[in-house]
Design a binder for this molecule. Structure first.
Ligand code: FAD
Length: 449
């Protein structure tokens, strides 16, 4: 009897522990992916196209033997298991709120066929790094120390030849892999992920610590969409960097720890996908109504009159990508200059980002809003003009994304000393004033009158 590997966020064949457990009893393995509307619905075209591209790449790597079905996994996974008389269904575990519920329901619906979980999309599986008393870490630096001490496995020795892939062509529920609408970016799939990683390891990592905060540069790995869908595993990255102790490698390792940390936080406190991690912030007042909606629309469309904010928001709409520094600037602007709730911004990000990931997105938003883990930097209100001047000192990033400002040289593109040129909006708010409003609102929840 064959095993099934039900692929979800592990769209690769190298370093895939699930593949080792699936082939323990027999070599015959059926590769399955379920197009689940519950996950596809909130996803914008960019992430969806990238996912479809990854499925096509996986199918090619499997010699055309990926079985794709569409609908409710609770119905379809048992149905496919019965049709192929599978001995077991193997997965890599999903610790998000939806994934946990879904997998529990599928395990029950499978009855006697076991659902076997091996590994996770993280270097250290959520829930494994805890304080000595077994409780979860609430502060990143302490988590990272324990995460480093915990260590991680070496990559699993797997590849396309590890299994005899079962031919799914006769399956009654098989659907074709949907076409990716536009040419997906970055190039989807495992081979593209490995190529990008090798390029970055050879050529980018040593400059990472200094270049990573400059949105005009290609100074970061660009791996987040691949990590999101498991085209490459963080264990592979950590293993390849095991002998590197330069500043670039240390900083990069720390960023991977942030990814694991936020997955752990979401696992420990699943409700924080929607609510404040720090419930003191439930009392904060945010604006609503038609004026707030108009400001939100200006933010979404990149017409706030703050050049670095508009550049970032337009890049998001055009490419489904935004540089980390700019994500922090636009998130601070939404919550502290426009006084709008973080979850409105987070929802817009989740729709448009190719790397949109519930744990990283919601908790980075909360960090910026001050309601998340770590000592909440409630007093940290980014000045968008100063941030632009500091991190885009030549103005190149802004000019790339805001054509109305292309005739303005250098860092003047951030401060617009001669006023906005024709076609570019006046600032929608006065930053100095809104900063005081934000600090006043935060002060009130810290020491309620
Ligand atoms: P690199 O700088 O090359 O970092 C390597 C990897 O480390 C990334 O691919 C990512 O997996 C991880 N990483 C880096 N920074 C962070 C971080 N702050 N938190 C968690 N993991 C991190 N990242 C997502 O993957 N999905 C999201 O939906 C997401 N939403 C965000 C929303 C906001 C408001 C902010 C401020 C950050 C968000 N991030 C998110 C984190 C970060 O911006 C992206 O991971 C990063 O920009 C991806 O580019 P890269 O792969 O070139 O990163």
């Amino acid at each position: 009897r064959p095993s099934i590997i039900w692929f979800r966020r592990d769209l690769r064949l190298n370093d895939l522990p699930t593949l080792l457990s699936a082939t323990e009893a027999a070599d015959d393995v059926l590769a399955l992916f379920v197009l689940d509307d519950a996950l596809l619905r909130p996803s914008g075209a960019r992430r969806r196209d990238f996912l479809m591209g990854c499925l096509q790449a996986l199918d090619r790597d499997l010699g055309g033997r990926l079985l794709v079905v569409q609908g409710d996994p609770m119905v379809l996974v048992p149905q496919v298991a019965a049709e192929f008389d599978a001995a077991a269904v193997h997965i890599s575990s999903d610790h998000g709120p939806y994934g946990t519920r879904r997998d529990r329901a599928v395990a029950e619906a499978l009855g006697d066929v076991p659902l076997v979980a091996t590994g996770s999309p993280y270097a250290v599986t959520p829930g494994r790094v805890t304080k000595p008393d077994g409780t979860a870490y609430k502060v990143f630096s302490a988590f990272r120390r324990a995460w480093n001490d915990h260590g991680w496995h070496t990559p699993a020795a797997t590849g396309p030849d590890t299994a005899d892939w079962v031919d799914p062509s006769g399956c009654s529920t098989r659907v074709p892999i949907p076409e990716a609408g536009d040419e997906p970016t970055p190039p989807p799939g495992e081979a593209a992920a490995l190529e990008r990683w090798r390029e970055f390891l050879d050529d980018g990592l040593e400059r990472y610590a200094t270049d990573r905060d400059r949105p005009a540069y290609d100074g970061t790995s660009g791996l987040s969409p691949y990590l999101k869908f498991g085209c490459i595993h963080p264990r592979t990255l950590l293993h390849d960097m095991r002998n590197r102790s330069d500043e670039g490698a240390v900083t990069f390792r720390s960023e991977l720890a942030w990814r694991d940390f936020y997955a752990d936080v979401l696992f420990q406190r699943p409700e924080t996908a929607r609510t404040n991690y720090n419930s003191d912030f439930d009392a904060i007042t945010y604006d609503s109504g038609p004026d707030a909606d108009a400001l939100f629309a200006a933010w979404c469309e990149g017409r706030t009159g703050f050049p670095i904010v508009d550049a970032g928001m337009r890049q998001l709409l055009a490419e489904g990508v935004m540089h980390n520094r700019v994500r922090m600037i636009v998130a601070s602007f939404l919550t502290k200059d426009l006084h709008l709730p973080w979850w409105r911004g987070a929802r817009h990000f989740m729709k448009h980002l190719v790397d949109g990931d519930l744990a990283s997105n919601q908790h980075n938003w909360q960090w910026t809003a001050g309601s998340g883990t770590d000592a909440a930097p409630y007093f940290r209100v980014f000045n968008p003009t100063r941030q632009g001047e500091k991190f885009d000192p030549t103005g190149e990033y802004v000019r790339r994304w805001v054509p109305e400002l292309r005739s303005i040289d250098g860092a003047r593109v951030h401060s617009l000393p001669d006023g906005p040129p024709d076609g570019y909006p006046e600032p929608v708010v006065d930053h100095a004033h809104e900063r005081r409003v934000a600090l006043d609102r935060y002060e009130r929840i810290r020491s309620p009158r």
